[in-house]
Design a protein around this ligand. Sequence first.
Ligand SMILES: Nc1ncnc2c1ncn2[C@@H]1O[C@H](COP(=O)(O)OP(=O)(O)OP(=O)(O)O)[C@@H](O)[C@H]1O
Ligand SMILES: [Mg+2]
Length: 282
Amino acid sequence: MLPALPQGAEVENHLPSPPSPLLELRGLSKRFGAVQALDGFGLDVQPGEFVTVVGPSGCGKSTLFNIVAGLDEPDAGGILRFKGRGCHAKELLGQVSFMPQRDLLLPWRNVVDNAILANEIEGANRREARAKALSMLPEFGLTGFEKQYPHQLSGGMRQRVALMRTFLFERELMLLDEPFGALDALTRSMMQRWLLDVWQRHRRTILFITHDVDEAIFLGDRVVVMTARPGAVKLMREVNLPRPRAPELLTSPEFTAIKREVLDAIEEEAMKSFISSTAAAP
Ligand SMILES: Nc1ncnc2c1ncn2[C@@H]1O[C@H](COP(=O)(O)OP(=O)(O)OP(=O)(O)O)[C@@H](O)[C@H]1O
Ligand SMILES: [Mg+2]
């Protein structure tokens, strides 16, 4: 005869199980010749989460994104799972939307045709894709600029076209590699609030690289601080600040406390990276 279930066991079985991560990375490493770019990087990203990644220059952030975007394979031994299924990086190609570190707008294409590039490559109907892009122009602050070419746009507008392209390529996971890197402080802070607004409406999952600690905390549900190269996780910090977030948050004691912790971790790693680069110099 089977032993009786302990009291409460049945109830426990009916509890909703926690959502499984959209993306799971375990022990990811990547070597380029003599350079070990990543070494044992691990991260889980939940559906709908906004995770920001900071770390010293050259610590492997873009390498990590290239792997998750399916453009590069990690070295053997690491685990990559997407939607609960183990996979090779190359299987992720086309499954995630990716805004690389440079905006990569094609100078001979106007705003709309640049925005639909990924959809076109995917074989989408051009007319339908254009109509969708046109309908999104107001949300991306580009109304009336559909026929302009990249050289006729400001830096902030170019970034918005690149972001619109990433949003138009509708995938659950978006990778944004320093999307606001080239912007002045004022435009940048406007873009941050705008991105949070768009993210809250579209409910995508975002992995976002930045060098700006304020930006990482202001935007993120979690901040990942990477070690100096070879890149691994130095610190994983929850950002338990309420949303929607307003600029006043940046001067609140809660924000400052998180910033101190993140800055300490980064400074330690930036120092290591500086020392090893000067030691390597002839
Ligand atoms: N395709 C490649 N071939 C050879 N080395 C590479 C390649 N891609 C990256 N690296 C090297 O790997 C290391 C990590 O580069 P990566 O671009 O990932 O850094 P990063 O953290 O994005 O830096 P940054 O903050 O400056 O953008 C660097 O030393 C870089 O030179
Ligand atoms: Mg980079």
